[in-house]
Design a protein around this ligand. Sequence first.
Ligand SMILES: Nc1ncnc2c1ncn2[C@@H]1O[C@H](COP(=O)(O)OP(=O)(O)OP(=O)(O)O)[C@@H](O)[C@H]1O
Ligand SMILES: [Mg+2]
Length: 227
Amino acid sequence: MAVITTKGVEKVYNPDKIPVKALKGVDLEIEAGEFTAIVGPSGSGKTTLLNIIGGLDRPTAGYVEVGGEDISQMSDNALIDFRKEHIGFVFQAYNLIPVLTARENVEFVMLLQNRSKAERHARADELLKAVGLEDKVHKRPAELSGGQQQRVAVARALAPKPTFILADEPTANLDSESTANLLDIMARLNQEEGVTFVFSTHDQRVIDRARRVVTLVDGKVDEDLRR
Ligand SMILES: Nc1ncnc2c1ncn2[C@@H]1O[C@H](COP(=O)(O)OP(=O)(O)OP(=O)(O)O)[C@@H](O)[C@H]1O
Ligand SMILES: [Mg+2]
C-alpha cells in the first residue's frame, strides 16, 4: 500500500513577483517500507518536494495523500497533529531546543507520547550512541558542533518511531564514520521496524544504500530506479 502519493504536484514560489516554478507536476508513490533517495542537481526541487510531502508547505497545484488522507486539504492545526503522529523530520535547520541536553531533545517527542522514563532514556541513549554521540548525551546544542547537532536531530526524528521519516541531506555535515553509523541505524530501523525512509542526498555513499532512487531534474521526475 502506498504511504505517500503525490499527484500532479506543482509549486510556484513568488507567484505575484518573479515566479519560480520549483515543481512542475510530480507523480510519485512511496510504498510502506521503502528506503528511497531523492537525488538531482541543486535547485531541482528536492527540498521543496520533501517539504510538501511532510505538510510543511502546500502545493500550488495537485495533491498529496499520506496514509490515504489528502493532506493538501487539511487545516494548519490538523496538519500539525498529523505531522506529530506520523512524520519524523530531519532537516538541515536542526531546530533543537537550546535549553535541553542532547538526551532531552531526543526524548522530547516521546514525552508527549507518555512513554516511561526508563524506555525514553534507553531509546534516547541507544540512538545517540548509534549516531556516535554517547559521550555527549548531557551537552546542550550550543556545546555541540553543527554536525553533532544534526546527529542529535537525526536521533530525535527516529525516537518516536514515526510511520515515515523525511530527511533532507541527513549526512551533509557528517564525517564518513558517522555517515556509515547513521546509514546502518536507518537501514536497521527500516528492516527491523519497517520505518519508511525518504531522503534527499548528494552523497554517493547514501545513494548506494538506497533501494530506490528518484531523480528530479528541473522540478520533474526524470528517472525512477528500483533495485
Ligand atoms: N522560499 C523560496 N522562495 C523562492 N524560491 C525558492 C524558495 N525555495 C526554493 N526556491 C527555488 O525553487 C527551486 C527548487 O529549490 P529546492 O530548494 O527545492 O532545490 P533542491 O533540489 O533542494 O536544491 P539543493 O540540492 O541545492 O538543496 C530553486 O530554483 C530555488 O531557488
Ligand atoms: Mg535542498
